[in-house]
Design a protein around this ligand. Sequence first.
Ligand code: TYD
Length: 144
Amino acid sequence: MDINDTSNIEQISPKVELINLEKHGDERGSLIALEPDINVPFDIKRVYYIFDTKSGVDRGFHAHKKLKQLLICTSGSVDIDVEYGTTKQTYHLDNSSQGLLIEGLVWRVMKNFKENTVLMVLASEKYSEQDYIRNYDKFKEMNK
Ligand code: TYD
């Protein structure tokens, strides 16, 4: 199988949106629950987290055809550059009460990781290399 052959995966419309996550706070502190149909707009099939990122390291540099993800910076801070259609924007995530929803063909770069940052990502699909577009020129071509 050619892992670069993404032709058999359906594409979804690109979308990026900041979602406010309601806190259950009391005198003991805070708790946020993440649940499909309540505050996560997809069924969660995978969770991963990025941590111990070395100083000056940028990550990402890819888009997805079909995947929906919710990025939550549970500790520290990170900047997320997104590009889709004619939109180019940077989101500064430093608040565990906010999630950045990224759907479909969106080029993303994660950068400026502060020390001890934990970026948790909820995903709508299991890991599939076939869903990745890792070549920026190919992404631009598909974006036309
Ligand atoms: P990579 O896609 O390079 O991370 P990013 O682009 O978000 O910086 O992933 C790093 C490694 O981890 C790579 O070998 C693939 C593997 N990986 C998994 O096995 N499962 C996953 O869910 C993810 C996101 C990555």
